[in-house]
Design a protein. Structure first.
Length: 179
């Protein structure tokens, strides 16, 4: 039972960046269908990535772990630039228009669960149970964040988009500087 509680705490920690970024993207008036798709993909990646990390193992992927922050930071930089460009247009543009953009978002917020999977596999923890918990909580956090972002956008308009850009920029800096 204590391992379940441990997995829940890990899942909350892993889902906080998805939640924050979901708020940022929700401010762009993302459609209800995209909210479901994005939340489902984030949840799926939070199941797949720790299990993949556990399968591939710690010794095999030391180089990837060293560069995972840079890779994640570059993806966040791409998403930040995209959001800034969408703010320049007069009409409400929804970012994450293509499946590739949705996939990049989902992957970016899930990379950290890959390294957690490696760590959990070293201690012979159940990655299937951990993955199911990570998946469920990240789905919920992403879904709630996107809905909250839509609500904020309706209440505060362009100010909420600027807040979204600031959040993305902070995550970009965090990962690129390994803070």
């Amino acid at each position: 039972m204590s391992s379940i509680f441990f997995y829940i705490l890990l899942a909350i920690g892993l889902s906080m960046d998805a939640f924050s970024l979901a708020i940022a993207y929700g401010t762009n008036g993302i459609s209800k269908n995209k909210i479901i798709i994005l939340s489902s993909l984030v949840g799926s990646f939070h199941f797949i990535m720790p299990n993949l990390g556990g399968i591939l193992g710690h010794n095999f992927l030391k180089g990837f772990i060293l560069y995972s922050n840079i890779i994640t930071g570059l993806v966040f930089l791409f998403l930040t630039i995209q959001m800034i460009l969408s703010c320049k247009d007069e009409e409400e543009l929804s970012v994450l228009n293509s499946f590739i953009e949705i996939l990049l978002f989902s992957l970016a917020v899930s990379v950290d669960s890959f390294t957690i999977g490696i760590a959990l596999s070293l201690e012979n923890n159940s990655l299937i149970i951990a993955g199911l918990i990570f998946s469920t909580i990240s789905f919920l956090f992403t879904f709630i964040g996107l809905i909250l972002g839509r609500f904020l956008s309706k209440k505060s308009g362009k100010l909420s988009k600027i807040l979204g850009i600031v959040i993305l920029l902070l995550f970009t800096i965090k990962y690129l500087l390994n803070i």
